[in-house]
Design a protein around this ligand. Sequence first.
Ligand code: AR6
Length: 177
Amino acid sequence: MEKKVNQTDITLVQGDITQQRVSAITNAANSRLAGGGGVDGAIHRAGGPAIMAECDKIRREQGGCPTGQAVITTGGDLYADHVIHTVGPIWEGGMSGEPELLASCYRQSLKLAVENELKTIAFPSISTGVYGYPMEKAAIVAIETVTLFLEENEEFKEVRFVLFSVDDLKQYQRLIA
Ligand code: AR6
């Protein structure tokens, strides 16, 4: 356990988000919910076609998912029951609303988890791969936004950040301390 906010443990682990045994994992998706590389590719590969089938349905019904918003699907073959797909901002230097949009990703994902009565949720470091958001800046937004949300919402048992590399884990550990 790295940090406790009210009743919720915020934990940090290094690893693969597809292997997490939690109620929901979060996907760093694109606004068309069309799949791609990085976390998105890994989740669809590990979770099987049921996830994309639900993404297709959401795309038909509401045209996808705007940046900063989130939608929920089944977890398919994953250990997690659900995948929450959120669309992070593309980094354009930081003056185009990126921090607010990134914070919104974490808030909207947590909100969806509350609405679905999910008690444990795992996040990758949204926007810090293909979308180019600097890791340290993104980690500050992630930790601050989750902490603020948990100060006002006591439903969660655990919020887990899953960092892909040891270096990313160390950055999060330093910032959360
Ligand atoms: N588990 C945990 N973290 C991972 C994994 C994994 N299996 N794989 C990569 N990461 P990215 P973005 C880390 O590029 O920047 C896709 O094509 C990675 O090291 O997955 O939000 C989508 O379709 C990085 O720190 O997401 C979108 O088009 C972080 O996850 C676009 O990429 C996020 O990297 C979204 O880009």
